[in-house]
Ligand binder design. Structure first.
Ligand SMILES: Cc1cc2nc3c(=O)[nH]c(=O)nc-3n(C[C@H](O)[C@H](O)[C@H](O)COP(=O)(O)OP(=O)(O)OC[C@H]3O[C@@H](n4cnc5c(N)ncnc54)[C@H](O)[C@@H]3O)c2cc1C
Length: 440
């Protein structure tokens, strides 16, 4: 079937859908942007505004040598409209990029409405429309569309996220941990042992830890089959020692004995730069996760690349459903953008909408696929969510997903990550511009 170059449907005027619309408009496409609000809202949105920030007004760190800062630098290089609007409407927030949410939304809308080819359609979309289309309906996708996407992806669409924290491997204390599979079988695990005293202290802190209050729409049923570690702990002193902290089949080479309890860390990235805390999906506040999980001796100085979350979140099992350009496998010109692709966070969602639009526009212009290099945060996140991954869970930006760099210490490594990413992104942007100029 021949797909028209002229008009693209974008579903969802959230962070990713607005960014995708801008990227298409500036490349000469007409855009029909479908948004159901204010006609019908989601359980978290409160307005009918474009790009509404559903919770915090912070887009996280703006410090250049942080992972979130790097993602912003790359998005600026890719001419992100939403970042431009964020800087224009920023409020004082130290090293973070926080915005006046009302002004931010207004600025996004104004910038899209400048284009004659922009058309807003206030309607709930119930089925993925005919291609070309970008679906950017976010973590709270309307139910009918959710069902349609689910059936188009062989049920590889989930509605709930239960994520365990991830730590930087180099911050796990090798003196207080050991590598081995249970009963000496398999590898890929780092074991973090605790003696009785250490377990007691950890247990007491955990059962008293402060959790994030559930939203009204996050009923108890979403936790079924995916129990947070703190809820397990509250079931009894020994419950974790027979569950996620069971020590059977493990011998600590330092003592020659079986530890009292053991937390296992499992590789999160192929190069072993990041590990997740097995079975530790949690609803504790981030500060509590840091305080309490760092009580485990091997994690005393752990750097948390991502904290655990448990929340309503529609997301695709993207490694099975999406190509590396966020195109639905087997379908021409049907793309996904935003949190529904398995990225996590405001800026990550902007990134994914932006790239989906670039990839779709290239397909419609007959240009070959061109993905950002894996050394950039955009490229690493794209790869993370679309490459085969046995334990896929949504992911935010962090240095652990980038290929390792040399450096004497953490600060030098961060500087090197950023320098390499910026230089590689520059080449990527040049290649995009060059292709687009030639195809005009
Ligand atoms: C409660 C909650 C709090 C969050 N807090 C934060 C936070 O503080 N910081 C952070 O970094 N990330 C946070 N996130 C995660 C994520 O970054 C945001 O959800 C972000 O808005 C995702 O961007 P998006 O464009 O993918 O989706 P959205 O911004 O949600 O946009 C999707 C749009 O699609 C519309 N839509 C949905 N279904 C249909 C349909 N069938 N037809 C037409 N329109 C439809 C929606 O109304 C919405 O406008 C939070 C998520 C949730 C659910």
């Amino acid at each position: 079937m021949k797909i028209s170059r002229n008009k693209v449907a974008v579903i969802g005027a959230g962070l990713s859908g607005c960014e995708a619309s801008y990227q298409l408009l500036k490349r000469g496409f007409a855009v029909d942007l479908y948004e159901m609000r204010p006609l019908k809202s989601t359980p978290a949105h409160k307005t009918g505004d474009f790009a509404e920030l559903v919770c915090s007004n912070s887009l996280k760190s703006d410090v250049a040598d942080t992972s979130s800062g790097l993602l912003k630098t790359e998005l600026k290089m890719l001419d992100s409209l939403l970042l431009k609007c964020a800087y224009e409407t920023r409020v004082e927030a130290g090293g973070a990029l926080a915005v006046d949410r009302k002004l931010f939304s207004e600025s996004v809308r104004k910038n899209l409405e400048k284009y004659e080819r922009f058309n807003l359609i206030t309607e709930e979309v119930e089925r993925i429309p005919a291609a070309p289309v970008i679906v950017a309906t976010g973590p709270l996708t309307g139910e009918k569309l959710f069902d349609d996407i689910k059936s188009r992806t062989s049920d590889r669409l989930f509605f709930f996220d239960a994520v365990a924290p991830i730590v930087d491997a180099s911050s796990v204390d090798p003196e207080k941990s050991f590598e081995s599979g249970r009963y000496g079988k398999g590898d890929g695990y780092i074991n973090c042992p605790m003696n009785k005293e250490e377990y007691d202290a950890f247990y007491n802190a955990l059962v008293n830890g402060e959790t994030v209050p559930l939203k009204d729409f996050e009923g108890k049923e979403v936790f079924e089959g995916c129990m947070p570690v703190e809820v397990m702990a509250k079931r009894g002193y020994d419950t974790m020692r027979f569950g996620m902290l069971k020590p059977v089949g493990l011998t600590d080479p330092k003592t020659g004995r079986r530890p009292y309890a053991v937390l296992q860390l499992r590789k999160e990235t192929q190069d072993g730069s990041a590990y997740n805390l097995v079975g530790f999906q949690t609803n504790l506040k981030f500060s509590e996760q840091k305080r309490i999980f760092s009580m485990i001796p091997a994690l005393n100085h752990a750097e948390f690349l991502r904290y655990g979350v448990m929340h309503r979140n529609s997301y695709l099992y993207s490694p099975d459903c999406l190509t590396r350009t966020f195109r639905l496998k087997g379908d021409d010109a049907v793309y996904f953008g935003g949190q529904i692709t398995g990225v996590e966070g405001y800026v990550e969602s902007i990134m994914s909408g932006l790239l989906a639009a670039i990839h779709l526009s290239r397909e419609l212009d007959g240009l070959p696929e061109l993905v950002p290099p894996k050394t950039t945060m955009c490229g690493a996140l794209s790869r993370y969510i679309t490459l085969h991954n046995k334990n896929f869970q949504p992911m935010n930006s962090n240095f652990g997903i980038l290929p390792a760099v040399e450096g004497r210490d953490k600060n030098e490594r961060r500087t090197n990550y950023v320098a390499r990413a910026v230089s590689d992104m520059e080449n990527y942007v040049n290649a995009l511009n060059c292709d687009e100029e030639l195809s005009r």
